[in-house]
Write a protein that binds this ligand. Structure first.
Ligand code: B1M
Length: 215
């Protein structure tokens, strides 16, 4: 297989042997971010489709996810960086009950590389922990990620909790993850939350929205 098809295949097959060499070769042809966006994410998309249609079992999905993470870690040092860190601070978490973190961690990388300080709390975070961290770190915004359909419900509950604690004016909220839709966030959740809530389709939209929030 040609190099980029082989790389995509590695994600789908969860094959890490020779991954580093292929990534190094890919880096001589394309920027790190393009490799992630066009090739690695395409592989994860295929994994999602195979899993969704019952053609791939969970342990293999996990293997693909691990190879994806290794590949992103390999590429990260080659990404362009603005290390000023002074644009603002965001607390980022995958919501309660949800373990998916590849997308959230990409958001962390893109924001961190573009001048934001990111406090990444990890997966399965209840709203109390998220709010405590936002308070302790004097965050400018809160970012929640979730890929399960039930996570979209949790996000709504989290926003309601923030309303009832009276902190909605303080923290704009950025939401992302495969189960969300723009209309759910921009219609339902905008009605729910008394503060500002925005939907990011991908990590770059997340960056643009943070720039807008801070601007
Ligand atoms: Co799971 N999983 N999974 N899974 N998994 C999905 C989400 C699913 C759609 C697969 C499917 O059925 N086709 C399905 C959900 C169905 C539903 O809810 N209706 C599903 C399921 C069912 C499950 C389990 C329940 C399976 C089981 O146990 N029987 C289980 C859930 C456990 C739990 O959470 N409690 C489970 C477990 C796992 C693994 C552990 C094996 C693994 C996760 C490993 C890990 O993350 N460390 C996994 C994986 C890999 C997937 C798929 C295949 C790929 C997800 C991924 O990493 N995509 C996924 C299929 C899919 O999404 N269609 C699937 C790549 C990633 C870069 O995309 O996270 O969407 P994403 O991030 C994007 C944007 O969404 C956005 O930016 C990123 C790109 O730039 N974004 C943000 C994300 N967060 C953002 C936050 C922002 C801004 C942008 O601001 C705050």
């Amino acid at each position: 297989l040609p190099l980029f098809e082989r790389l995509e295949r590695r994600i789908v097959d969860g094959e890490r042997n020779g991954l580093g060499e292929d990534l190094d070769e890919a880096l001589t042809e394309r920027p790190a971010l393009q490799i992630i966006n066009d090739t690695l994410l395409a592989g994860m998309k295929v994994v999602g489709e195979l899993f969704g249609s019952g053609q791939m079992q969970l342990p293999f999905v996990l293997q693909s996810a691990e190879v994806m993470k290794t590949a992103v870690a390999h590429l990260e040092p080659y990404m362009e960086k603005d290390d000023s860190g002074g644009k603002g601070r965001i607390v980022l978490a995958t919501v309660k009950g949800d373990v998916h973190d590849i997308g959230k961690n990409l958001v962390d990388i893109i924001l961190s590389n573009n001048g934001y300080e990111v406090v990444n709390l990890g997966i399965k975070q209840p709203i109390t922990t998220i709010l405590d961290a936002a308070e302790e770190n004097s965050a400018d915004a809160i970012g929640m990620s979730g890929l399960l359909v039930k996570s979209t419900v949790i996000m709504k509950e989290n926003l309601e909790e923030m309303n009832s604690r009276g902190v909605s004016a303080r923290w704009p909220v950025l939401l992302g993850g495969a189960a969300l839709t723009r209309s759910y966030v921009e219609n339902d959740l905008t009605e729910t939350y008394l503060g500002e809530v925005r939907y990011a389709r991908d990590a770059f939209e997340g960056l643009r929205l943070m720039d807008a929030i801070m601007g």
